[in-house]
Design a protein around this ligand. Sequence first.
Ligand SMILES: [Zn+2]
Length: 170
Amino acid sequence: MEDKICAICLEHIHVNAKKCPKCQSYQNPGSRFFHSSLGQWVLTIVFIIALFSWFDSDHFEDDIIYNLDGILEVDKSSFKVQNSDCGIEVTILGTIANKSDKPLTNIILDVEFFDANGDPIDLISEELWDITVPPKGEKRFKISSNTSKQKISYIKHVITITQAEPSGWF
Ligand SMILES: [Zn+2]
């Protein structure tokens, strides 16, 4: 019978033995490490780190943020109402500031318009799918929409950011 000597207890064991029958030691140094308590700790820690980095990154397609208070804000904005080829056109220009440390995209804005009495007269909801606001940065945006309302009735506007998504492409 061909044999070899156990790397741990020096017992003669079968040449193909992966594990010593006497001391239960794995003969391959890699196997021995991963079956040791240190090896088990290393595996567990690597697993936990992998799990956390997966949760922390932007792998979720549906990782939509609905409460953007203190995260994404419209810094300054203005609007104008003018005659265009297809009636009356409302154009809103503004800057969005990203306070978070993640790039944010697919931002949906609700722009509400009020008349001189403060009554709501129009609402434009638009997804800024082509804009990614960098972390701790700003981005300009422009929205245009046609309206059937009277030009004069657009007095005041309020912009609410209703949702955004972390961008994985930055
Ligand atoms: Zn042994």
